[in-house]
Design a protein around this ligand. Structure first.
Ligand code: ARG
Length: 458
């Protein structure tokens, strides 16, 4: 393509280090669409003849069906998807193919292709997260009253409902989706027509190509447009935070599925056995979701570091932008699908969860709150009295509400029999009915709002 200036061809090493076709062939659909929009614009502006444009456009259609059927050929000498397609076009229609690249450079071409690819990846991830949110809402509704221990420091803190816990993740994935929407809105400007870096002297119509490719408008500065990969970093950041949320949920499922917890039985279809220990059922899918988060965050870091020292405008370092984005997109699609399956098909052992909540003195705060409310004791003092009650129950190996009233009254004589109504885990969760709280009725309200937001009610 640039043979005119060179006496010698590239060395084998140069060919290999330069070739991006092994990975950027993933952009072929976007590349053909971009070329079609470009050539239609060139014809409309009278920059190429209608006849030549028609030959180019038909050639591109034919190449698209070849790629569709047989895949994209990988010839390192042709470097990348852009030159591979152009070379094939020349084979098909002859020298007229050379007119396609008028008023264009691979720099604005790849920036445009890549934006379109990332835009699709954003849309796919958003759909995946919506499906995951749906499952969370279904399971939360089912378990609005199922009591489990809530933890801080992974120590039993206060009883909560499983529905409440699942809805916490609904919120996280909602924020992830809004991050994706932000990234998409910022991404959706078309670099095509920026040419190599400085724009072009041909009378192009950037509005026309931008509209044809589904963008909101052309980018404002050609130097920025060919140098900018913010859209890919925005996507990778949004993916990283999502992966982090998936990893936290995966970690909880792994803990809950362990024998000492026994809160959840993971679906067989998303677990594996052990080749040596017949009793084992391992939560591999959850562990891989947790593991993949590390890789996705690594992809984000990789691109940031690639970009950080680059002067304007394009440098070949930027060719390395694609592998981390493609890798992250693949990992995210798998992770989200696996998590959706785990949420949909896990069996929660609600008896075991309730027992754990009852055993952990999770209602100690309720005892303290009762002393404040019913006996007008300052909270700090109530906290102290409650501590003594917990100590006593612990020494006897019983729950707080198993302590005889007489013993509680020995600790503080302002306690009376009404205390037992406050000490059950059911009373404890039912009391926490503040907006966003864990009370079953409040969880049902959260579910109701979520169902409306997701359009689940028809
Ligand atoms: N394969 C290149 C990339 O992905 C295309 C742009 C090449 N531009 C250039 N000036 N060599 O970055």
């Amino acid at each position: 393509m640039w043979g005119g200036r060179f006496a010698d061809g590239p060395s084998a090493i140069m060919r290999e280090i330069n070739a991006s076709i092994p990975f950027d062939k993933a952009l072929w659909r976007q590349d053909i669409a971009g070329s079609q929009a470009h050539v239609a614009m060139l014809a409309r502006q009278g920059i190429v003849s209608e006849e030549d444009a028609k030959a180019i456009s038909e050639g591109l259609d034919r190449i698209a069906s070849e790629y569709e059927m047989a895949g994209v050929p990988e010839d390192w000498d042709l470097e990348d998807i852009h030159m591979t397609t152009e070379a094939r076009l020349a084979e098909l229609i002859g020298p007229v193919a050379g007119r396609l690249h008028t008023a264009r450079s691979r720099n604005d071409q790849v920036a445009t292709d890549f934006r379109m690819w990332v835009r699709d990846a954003i849309d796919q991830m958003d759909h995946g997260l919506e499906a995951l949110q749906n499952e969370l809402v279904f399971r939360a509704e089912e378990h609005a009253e199922s009591i489990m221990p809530g933890f801080t420091h992974l120590q039993t803190a206060q009883p909560v409902t499983l529905g409440h816990h699942l809805m916490a993740y609904y919120e996280m994935f909602g924020r992830d989706r809004s991050r994706l929407a932000d990234a998409r809105a910022r991404l959706n400007e078309c670099p095509l027509g920026s040419a190599a870096l400085a724009g072009t002297g041909f009378p192009i119509d950037r509005e026309m190509t931008s509209e044809a490719l589904g963008f909101d408008g052309p980018t404002a500065n050609s130097l920025d447009a060919v140098s900018d990969r913010d859209f890919a970093m925005d996507y990778l950041y949004a993916a990283s935070v999502t992966a982090l949320h998936l990893s936290r949920l995966a970690e909880e499922l792994i803990i809950w599925a362990s024998q000492p917890f026994g809160f959840v039985r993971m679906p067989d279809a998303l677990s594996t056995g052990s080749s040596i220990m017949p009793q084992k059922k391992n939560p591999d899918a959850a562990e891989l979701v947790r593991g993949h988060a590390g890789r996705v965050i690594g992809c984000h870091t990789a691109l940031m570091i690639t970009m950080k020292g680059l002067p304007l405008a394009y440098s070949k370092d930027m060719q390395d932008d694609k592998p981390p984005v493609f890798e992250a997109a693949g990992l995210m699609a798998l992770s989200i699908a696996a998590m959706t399956g785990m949420i949909a098909d896990s069996t929660f052992n609600t008896e075991r969860m309730r027992e754990a909540a009852e055993l952990g003195y999770a209602t100690a705060t309720d005892l303290a709150d009762w002393l404040v409310r019913e006996a007008d004791i300052p909270f700090r003092e109530a906290h102290h009295i409650t501590g003594a009650a917990v100590k006593l129950a612990e020494s006897r190996g019983c729950a707080l509400d198993d302590l005889p009233l007489a013993d509680l009254q020995k600790i503080d004589d302002r306690i009376d029999e009404r205390i037992f109504e406050a000490l059950s885990v059911d009373a404890s969760v039912a009391a926490r009915s503040s907006y966003g709280g864990t009370a079953p009725d409040e969880v049902r309200r959260q579910v109701k709002r979520a169902r409306a937001a997701l359009g689940l009610d028809g």
